[in-house]
Ligand binder design. Structure first.
Ligand code: COI
Length: 362
């Protein structure tokens, strides 16, 4: 791979972030971009000032959706270091998504280095308040103009940075979730496990209808029988029962979340009986009625650990743990965020430091 071309702009004024960041509304000064063609492979890696991307109206991904993305986070630790949480896992997943929709793989080590270089350049944008972080959004799309349905000939990879707070309007407070059976998000052997815009487009109408009824998000059921619970779209789901903590097993239509994987590992280390298996909505209701349902929480990069305080399916309305965050949810949230903000030693190799380097400005 050729060396990164730096077109770094000096910032003359102080960065002023609002009191409440919300999610995905603000962007830093620079982006990383690189191109792909069949002849050259990935080429022209460049860090440059954030600017609009000019594209031909026939640019392929606009029409046929050949695009993938990731979401990971950089944190400012207590001692002022900037660190990334499991970036290698996210880049690996980017390549898994790429394979499913005929996008050429990236060199994972190179993209990780490029990502660190970019975060280093915009490191002053990493917020230091607890609950805030710098969200890193790598994405790849088919970029040549053509109206025939086929994989694109050329691609662009972009890494965009956005200082963020909590994803949900509730902050990290328990959310209200509606179990959805009027629509499906994904089916086995489809695109469900691929982080591609199509899955999010599939979720919009149901999400809007749920919001109209006062819910934050929907919980999807399997696309065939609409019986087993799958995921929330912005987070994976865990059901905390009396004798086991259950999360739906990865069956091809569920996104393999990195926070999901982190939680499974932590629960195993805490000697808890965490089980990846099918779990139907009927079983969740039955466990609720019998008093064996202790809590429900979601996991995700943006959502971190978010308790589900209310879960509704048809005319069954369940108040989970009195609408309060469950003990286990809080313990997991505290453990993961303590590692991310450097308050607790990382014994798992999940944290990667972004070394501070001076870069020449143009
Ligand atoms: C994430 O958690 O990073 C996601 O990608 C979910 C959502 C913001 C699309």
């Amino acid at each position: 791979m050729e060396a990164i071309n730096y077109q770094v702009k000096e910032r003359n004024e102080e960065i002023k972030l609002p009191e409440s960041l919300g999610f995905g509304k603000y962007f830093t000064d620079h982006v990383f971009e690189m191109d792909y063609s069949k002849e050259k492979g990935w080429y022209n890696p460049t860090i440059k000032p954030l600017a609009d991307i000019l594209m031909h109206p026939a640019t392929m991904f606009i029409h046929y959706g050949q695009a993938i993305f990731e979401g990971l986070k950089a944190f400012k630790t207590e001692n002022g270091d900037v660190v990334l949480f499991r970036p290698d896992q996210h880049i690996k997943r980017l390549n898994n998504s790429a394979k499913r929709i005929c996008i050429p793989a990236v060199d994972e080590e190179f993209v990780l280095e490029a990502l660190k270089e970019l975060v280093n350049i915009d490191r002053d944008w990493v917020p230091s308040k607890k609950g805030e972080s710098l969200y890193v959004r790598p994405f790849v799309y088919g970029s040549n103009p053509f109206l025939g349905v086929s994989p694109a000939n050329t691609y662009k990879l972009v890494i965009l940075l956005s200082p963020v707070g909590a994803y949900y309007p509730e902050g990290f407070k328990p959310v209200k979730i509606l179990v959805q059976d009027d629509y499906v998000r994904a089916v086995r052997k489809g695109l469900g496990e691929c982080k591609t815009p199509a899955n999010y487009a599939a979720s919009l109408l149901a999400g809007e209808k749920a919001k109209e009824k006062g819910f934050t998000q929907v919980l999807w059921l399997d696309g065939v029988k609409q019986k087993n619970i799958e995921e929330v779209g912005t987070m994976n789901i865990f059901i905390n029962l009396k004798d086991e903590v259950v999360t739906p097993k990865l069956n091809g239509s569920i996104l393999p979340g990195i926070t999901r994987k982190t939680v499974i590992q932590l629960l195993k280390e805490w000697n808890m009986n965490v089980v990846e298996r099918d779990i139907s909505v009927d079983e969740v209701i039955q466990k609720y009625d019998s008093g064996e349902l202790l809590g429900i929480f979601g996991t995700g990069t943006a959502a971190v650990i978010t308790s589900v305080g209310w879960l509704s399916f048809k005319d069954k309305n369940m108040v989970i743990n009195g609408g309060e965050p469950g003990k286990l949810d809080v313990k997991l949230f505290d453990e993961i965020t303590a590692i991310q903000y450097g308050l607790k030693q990382d014994t798992h190799g999940w944290i990667q430091k972004v070394e501070k380097k001076e870069v020449e400005v143009s």
